[in-house]
Design a protein around this ligand. Structure first.
Ligand code: UD1
Ligand code: UDP
Length: 391
């Protein structure tokens, strides 16, 4: 008899980073067969991660379109996945996180009566419209999942509050920390000449990322705040590895172009981006994954959102929610740049999101679901040492 087949579906950069360690663990497991499917919701940003982790999907739906709509993504993904499911006949579909690809994968699998495993389950803000559409996506995925791989005890508690049976939840830690630990072991050098020069100098760096759909209206504020910070602190340099969404670029670039202490780059490959986080003094972001990674590096993270589904590092004091108002962004960054005590209060290394063994726990729980193994002990956060990047 052949081994049970596990189909991992992903389509965007953060999903790719978070499923990469799971795919590696599945491929190394003699009890299971792994099939990897990319929807191609992202293209260049996804291929960058696939290349970095050496992942070659068995199928790629290549669905990305310029200015794609949510329904367009979901429609193309469900219809493409349905055809692949028919051919591959997997026993389990893994859906990661809360993107449109993740939601489409869960619905496509469920409609074919295949067990759904939700990786990174149970994150909630409690506001269905924020982040949009991610909060709704993760709730929908949860509704059709047989196994919920929650990264933390808090995400597990969100699920038990929604009456998910305790036995269907495993606390794994977040697989992004597995990926981050792997990146920390790579010998990475910056290739951008300006960045190399900046990074070699003894100047403070503010690393900025922004892309959230619900922030698009306010994104010019983020650009204006960056410009004001660059004017007030000419000795500080700001780096923006810019998301490829043209709407993000159109809002932010005009506000910051021409400043010689602001560097705009293309999306940074994961090895360089993680090294950039390691080099940063402050991280200013609206990203989910960056909120999980930067605290392990002991970097203060200012999150340009009104709420978060990742409250653990906020409670630990390393992450602060600051919204997208221009003045507030300038004030918060100014405080961290000028008040050493305020900086030290936030610059604590904390590891609430993982210990590098999340994919091992995930695969063990999937093996149990398929009747070929047993789950292992849940993740419990330990006291953290700041992760350091070499080079
Ligand atoms: C998507 C996810 C979001 C996730 C983010 C990670 C949904 C609804 N949104 O948002 O949850 O946080 O990815 O980055 O699933 N583009 C390219 N090349 C790429 C990637 C994007 O050109 O490699 C451009 C395309 O014009 C595309 C646009 O960016 O139409 C937006 O991409 P899309 O996946 O729709 O939304 P994101 O904002 O990236
Ligand atoms: N990232 C990257 N290069 C960049 C910006 C981010 O590799 O230029 C990584 C980052 O380390 C994190 C992930 O991409 O693991 C976050 O992706 P994004 O912010 O696009 O999505 P989100 O996590 O908000 O869904």
């Amino acid at each position: 008899m052949s081994n049970p087949k596990v189909m991992t579906v992903y389509g965007t950069r953060p999903e790719a980073i978070k499923v990469a360690p799971v795919i590696k663990a599945l491929e190394a497991d003699p009890r299971l067969e792994s099939v990897v499917v990319s929807t191609g919701q992202h293209r260049e940003m996804l291929d960058q991660v696939n290349g970095m982790f050496g992942i070659n999907p068995h199928h790629d739906l290549n669905i990305m379109r310029p200015g794609q709509s949510l329904n367009g993504i979901v429609a193309r993904a469900i219809s493409g996945l349905d055809a692949i499911i028919e051919v591959e006949r997997p026993d389990v579909v893994i859906s990661q996180g809360d993107t449109s690809t993740a939601m489409a994968a869960a619905i496509a699998g469920f409609n074919r009566q295949i067990k759904i495993v939700h990786l990174e389950a149970g994150l909630r803000t409690g506001n269905l419209l924020s982040p949009f559409p991610e909060e709704a996506n993760r709730k929908l995925i949860g509704q059709v999942s047989s196994l919920h791989l929650a990264p933390t005890e808090m995400s597990k508690a969100n699920l038990t509050r929604e009456a998910v049976p305790e036995r269907d939840i495993v606390v794994t830690g977040n697989t992004v920390i597995d990926a981050l630990l792997e990146a920390a072991s790579w010998d990475t050098q910056f290739s951008n000449e300006r960045l190399k020069t900046f990074a070699a100098e003894d100047r403070k760096m503010v690393l900025v990322t922004t892309h959230r759909r619900e922030n698009l209206e306010d994104m010019a504020n983020i650009g204006r705040a960056m410009r004001r910070i660059s004017e007030r602190f000419p000795e500080v340099f700001l780096v923006l590895p810019a998301h490829l969404n043209p709407a993000v670029r159109a809002a932010v670039f005009p506000e910051i172009e021409g400043r010689n202490n602001i560097l705009i780059t293309e999306p940074a490959p994961y090895d360089r981006f993680t090294k950039l986080m390691g080099r940063a003094y402050i991280v200013l972001t609206d990203s989910g994954g960056v909120q999980e990674e930067a605290p392990s590096l002991g970097k203060p993270v200012l999150v340009m959102r009104e709420n978060t589904e990742r409250p653990e590092a906020v409670e630990a004091g390393t992450v602060r929610l600051i919204g997208t108002g221009e003045d507030r962004i300038v004030d918060e960054v100014t405080e961290l740049l000028t008040d050493a005590e305020a900086y030290e209060r936030m610059a604590n290394a904390v590891n609430p999101y993982g210990d590098g063994k999340a994919s091992e726990r995930a695969v063990a729980a999937i093996a149990e679901l398929l009747g070929v193994g047993k789950r292992i002990e849940d993740f419990v956060p330990q006291k953290a040492e700041a992760l350091v990047f070499s080079g």
